[in-house]
Design a binder for this molecule. Structure first.
Ligand code: ZN
Length: 454
């Protein structure tokens, strides 16, 4: 048993003062009381720590390296794609493990308690499987063992190069599995996860409507066996057009007509939806997995957050390409994108809750759902996924209530995060991950040959 005491805490019932939270050995919250004298670990402002609901960890090593244009001025993806393919010719399991550990460490330091890893890099360069089919899943597991982050692993099924079932290109060959081999991979990955604590989860991710056969999407719930189901959906115009010409419907329309979409599903991006799709998809209870920094970086488009939330749609936040891992900046970017599109202010605020409060509540509960994790609230029976902000910070001192969230998200950054616990594991102290030096050094060593080769 351990106790965390906070001067202020955000509980399901609202803000409370002098709160003592008791956590047992399994990482569950067993007791909460306010008006308590300080004891145990003392924190300033205690919040639930959300899940990072969408990540491709290996792409972190490409961050900042794709900001030039290639020979064709109309092809703005040229440098990104070219570098991605160069990476994919080179990346070893050891490098993937070191990069993933860095990503998970940065997630924790940003205030996330969980890494939902949308994992599609399965095979050797050239596409031959490793001796262990789940070698790369094991590397992600090993990284999570080192960092202590909560892991929801989503092995990704990827079979075709497009809706017309064309062969995978050289850049995609490391991702591919037919359904039989993918089912084996799921079994092996499930065994690998037994090395991790009990809060670990396994789900499944058909990559997108372009990369798998329709039956792989509609049958995903069987493979998921109760775990979360994630899929990229309606990210870019070209994808919408390809799906429309192959299946006669837009991606969201097709999904709603052909799959039994429930709150077990998390659809990633959804930046290209029409009004009727936004409303109908929100009403299924599915979570929209939003990645505002990456979506800005790739020019995907702007998610219709105002309409989605007004239709009671659930959202989660993810760092996707990991070009920058910052929880506060993801939330700020999401609201700012709505303001820029609509010429509005405080776009997602309601009469009851400020922008920061509404966004933060939404991504805590939606993120837990997307991660298949019993978290998202500081409440008895939930996992102790917690983050603490520095109440002595110049922008937070003397503030209370929802203004604390607004000042963190809109005026501050990750430097306000002092502590993070994942299922009770105290992994960030005084703003630093407890193994920061080793993880950072290993990352530097691992990517040296990559940098030299690019
Ligand atoms: Zn993605």
């Amino acid at each position: 048993m351990k106790t965390i005491w906070a001067a202020q805490a955000l509980l399901p019932t609202g803000w409370a003062s002098d709160v003592a939270v008791t956590v047992d050995e399994t990482g569950q919250i067993t007791d909460i009381a306010d008006g308590q004298p300080a004891r145990g670990h003392r924190a300033g402002i205690l919040l639930p720590a959300p899940a990072n609901a969408h990540s491709h960890a290996f792409q972190r090593a490409m961050a900042g390296l794709t900001e030039t244009r290639g020979p064709d001025p109309r092809d703005s993806f040229w440098t990104w794609r070219r570098l991605m393919y160069r990476f994919l010719d080179l990346l070893t399991p050891e490098q993937v493990q070191a990069i993933t550990a860095l990503v998970q460490m940065e997630m924790l330091e940003a205030g996330y308690a969980t890494n939902v890893e949308f994992h599609y890099l399965h095979h050797q360069p050239g596409g031959v499987p490793y001796y262990d089919l789940s070698e790369m899943s094991q590397r992600i597991t090993a990284a999570a063992l080192q960092t202590g982050i909560g892991l929801t692993l989503l092995p990704v099924q990827y079979q075709f190069g497009g809706c017309d079932r064309r062969e995978l290109t050289a850049g995609q060959i490391r991702f591919g599995n037919d359904p039989a081999r993918f089912a084996r991979l799921m079994e092996e990955a499930s065994r690998a996860l037994t090395a991790l604590p009990a809060d670990t989860r396994l789900g499944v991710a058909p990559h997108s409507l372009r990369a798998v056969a329709p039956e792989s999407v509609t049958e995903a719930p069987e493979l998921a066996a109760g775990g979360p189901i994630h899929m990229h959906l309606a990210e870019q115009l070209a994808e919408v057009e390809e799906v429309q010409s192959a299946y006669g419907q837009r991606p969201v329309e097709w999904l709603l007509d052909n799959a039994h979409v429930t709150d077990q599903w998390c659809l990633i991006h959804c930046t290209q939806m029409e009004v009727h799709e936004t409303t109908a998809l929100a009403l299924t209870g599915a979570v929209a997995g939003l990645c505002p920094i990456t979506e800005s970086s790739l020019g995907d488009g702007i998610f219709d957050g105002v309409r989605w939330l007004d239709t009671q749609g659930k959202i989660a936040i993810g760092s996707d390409s990991n070009i920058r891992i910052s929880l506060s900046e993801e939330l700020r970017t999401l609201d700012y994108s709505q303001r820029l599109r609509d010429g509005s202010r405080a776009a997602l605020a309601t009469p009851e809750h400020s922008t920061g409060r509404r966004l933060f509540n939404a991504v805590c509960t939606g993120g837990a759902r997307a991660a298949g994790r019993n978290a998202g609230h500081i409440a008895k029976g939930y996992l102790a996924d917690l983050l603490a902000l520095d109440d002595g910070h110049i922008d937070l001192a003397g503030q209370s209530g929802d203004k604390l969230l607004d000042c963190w998200i809109f005026a501050g950054d990750d430097r306000m995060v002092t502590d993070v616990w994942s299922a009770g594991r105290h992994l960030v102290k005084e703003g630093r991950h407890i193994a920061r030096d080793q993880i950072t050094a290993a990352y530097g060593e691992a990517i040296k040959p990559l940098r030299d080769a690019l």
